[in-house]
Ligand binder design. Sequence first.
Ligand SMILES: *Cc1c(COP(=O)(O)O)cnc(C)c1O
Length: 368
Amino acid sequence: MIPLLDLKAQYAGIKAELDAAVLKVLASAQYVLGDEVVAFEREFAAYCDVKHAVAVNTGTSALHLALLTAGVGPGDEVITVPFTFVASVSAICYAGARPVFVDVEPVTLTMDPGKLEAAITSRTKAILPVHLYGQMADMDAITAIADRHGIAVIEDACQAHGAEFDGRRAGSIGVSGCFSFYPGKNLGACGEGGMFVTNDDAMAKTARMLRDWGQEKRYHHVLKGFNHRMDGIQGAILRVKLRHLEDWTNARRANARHYSQLLAGSRQVRAPVEVAGRRHVYHVYAVRSHDRDGLERSLQEVGIQTGLHYPVPVHLQQAHEDLGYRKGDFPVSETAAREVLSLPMFPELTPAQIEQVVAAVEQEAHVG
Ligand SMILES: *Cc1c(COP(=O)(O)O)cnc(C)c1O
């Protein structure tokens, strides 16, 4: 069996370091926030090349704080894409604002800047591009439009730890950036976790208060805040893993290169495109096929696990019916949702496994 991702292999590679880090927190009794979380914030800010990092309990909470610190509230509109994990949109609803969608580009499946301007209204308060699969959206074009209208750009970098756009790190270009440390993400906790990053001193200060019940000091609540705090154990675990992240990212990139070389000229699938100047960190390696469901089935039959990211765009999800969108509104997203298939992708994946997956993909022609 070749899994889609293999968290046990990752743990086996760093078991001694990770076990020691967890035991240290158990002994310290700093179970919520604490020294390990503070140190992780400092190290992750440096990694992202930003001034401030505020650790939270999920990526969704980071998005929630990013929207609130950008001044988003009821009556406002926030522009994002329908081809994303639902949390990008849920966070806008948490903030009491209305999600407005623009379609994605056909090649990168990230926000299409050519369609952005038409979606801007007098109520638009923020633009939330998603760095899908680990490749950054066209931040030059998006920030140029946002700047012209005086609208904040918030980066959903939940899949893009260490990704770059013209040498600039994900999370460092918008007014703020949001990361998830869900276990399967490129940098994953052993549980839930997230991070809000910004270069803005005031936003960082507000986010820090909001994540911890709006307190400036204990039991003095300046703002109506939340419990969005990170656990001490997760902070300690993430510090250990952050030290390995560049090696893991390079391994993902090498695996993607190997896949793409083998799949060049394939008649079965189209390999993902890495745009020049963008460092793709391959959270997901998604190919496209006109017979996606058939391919999924035939790979499953030979023991190859695949994923669907994502089979239904958010504008067609029942939960968001109230937004009033219909089938046909975002054709690029709708086509992508029918065609994408995520192949096994994790740092420990071997060249032989990649060759086996590609052989099975190319075999599919004969199955039908
Ligand atoms: C994972 C993810 C989130 C949410 O992160 P959680 O930590 O699960 O709350 C948001 N946006 C995108 C694009 C994601 O992939």
